[in-house]
Design a protein around this ligand. Structure first.
Ligand SMILES: [Cu+2]
Length: 103
């Protein structure tokens, strides 16, 4: 609970790459923002129709990776974090999550 994994600048457009390095599937979710997926497994052609538009969760099969554009807006606090985590209850309940502050 006390660790901060990332510090994200307010109002800065970023590209995040998320990789599922495990063999099982995960469902990556971020609090406090939305993002647009621009690549899946290295190509924009692999982004499915239903993945276009703003998302707050992206499904990753084992071994897959995605890139998305994201921007944190509206609120910053260097001490009170937001979180990102796997949205499968069994995984998040076992601690598959990280915390970030918006600064
Ligand atoms: Cu998971």
């Amino acid at each position: 609970m006390s660790r901060i994994d990332e510090e994200i600048p307010l109002d800065q457009i970023e590209i995040w790459e998320v990789t599922n390095s495990m063999m099982i599937d995960h469902n990556f979710h971020i609090h406090a923002t939305h993002f647009m997926i621009i690549e899946r497994n290295g190509s924009s052609a692999n982004v499915a129709k239903n993945e276009k538009g703003y998302k707050d969760t992206v499904y990753l099969k084992g071994g897959e990776s995605v890139k998305f554009i994201v921007k944190m807006t509206d609120y910053k606090d260097s001490e009170v974090p937001y979180m990102y985590h796997c949205h499968f209850l069994e995984h998040e309940d076992r601690g598959m999550m990280g915390q970030f502050t918006v600064v």
